[in-house]
Design a protein around this ligand. Sequence first.
Ligand SMILES: [Zn+2]
Length: 473
Amino acid sequence: MAHEEPDLMPGDDLEWLEGENSLTEVVDEEQLQDEAANAWLAAEEEYVPIDNGEGYLAVGGADAGSVVAALPAGSTVREVSSAPVVASRDDALSGDRPVYLVHHGARHANFLPIVMGDLHHKKGRSLTLGAIVNLPSAKAGKFTSFFRQASVAALRIADPQCYRLDDKILRLPPSPIGKRALEYAPYLASNDSPDWLRQVLDAQRAVSANLLLTPGRALNPDDPQKSLDSAFQQADQVLALTERGERVALNLTIPSRWLASGALRNRLLDEILDQDQFDVLYVRIQWAPSKAFTPTVDADLLMGIRRLANLCVDEGRSLLLPQSGITGWLALAHGATGFGLGVSGSEQAFTEHAFRRSQPGRQQAQRYFERQMLHTVDRSAHDVIQNVGGYMNCDCAYCPALFDSQPWSHPLAALHHVYAMGVLTARVHEDSGRGGRHSAVRRIVAGARRWSSGLPLGSDDVPRHLPVWDQAL
Ligand SMILES: [Zn+2]
């Protein structure tokens, strides 16, 4: 079955194509199999009041994550705490809290509003949540209801993924636009139509996105000027098509060479600097594959991301880095407004596709995100290091059930990961009083490096990014 998760590098082709194969079936099947996680969905509904007195946030049960104006009959209210007001889109983009974007992928998506509601309740004063769906991956109705439930998301982004058309520039899996993708995102077949840009926008509007994206066709590093001209020309046309109250982010998809090479980097940054009609940037970077859940250690690329983020903060632009995982979190230090991650390995980074033979019958890897280490390790490594002096047990709501359940609950491990990254994002804000976000991130990275050095880890679990990051900060 396609939901077997590849363990080793490279080429998460199964993950990439999951949305094309049988997205809903895969999710539902896993849901049935995981009793520990299903207990969360079946939990009793509980509500906490919203600070302004205008509604309640559901923090338990099947509607968790949604804000309701009035309490359903017979429901329980926890008055001991309250949840902050959900920020407006514009406040989210210009506010001082980092933006944490949660990607709706093929796996465990029905659990995401729970963890988002939980994060908003407990950390919403230090971060702003957003949600991203991929239009070619499922029917519009599925995304509309996801956005409706995840109403703690101040930003709703419906990514048109037009870069799927650019398999000559990016390294994509074979046939990146399958039959299902065409059914869900028919604009992918009509990019010659004079009406194309409107179709791309309408598809986003149809699922109630509140931050619209330009098509985001990939920029070709081998034909830079033509490619930049064409992307910005399309983006200008999109601006002309927007209506009152709508807001557009400039959507760029770039192979990492654009940021890692000095000449291309300068060209890209100069162009962004000149085109100041775009005050929100949504930049997806494709880099070389590494082991799943392992961030990039490419120092040139990290420098490029830093420059891009520095430029955005200097110029008062908001930079969002979708599908960037913990590498995107690092960019908060340099001025990025927000970053995105999801449940699967493919949602931690937009890596180049590389062929990988599937291995029938292989078990899905049992992974655990170690917050103290800023790294995802094999569960067996977790079992070892949790006994090392100074280890801090995670205090999220999912870990007790995760470690109690047999077999390993992949959804609960995913909820823990999404929550723990939210906590780290909030911490950047909470700790920014001394030296701003840069110092906050530097302290967290330095602490993780100190903690991790000398731990009894197998070579697959060593956090090799930490020394590189520590240097780069
Ligand atoms: Zn946890």
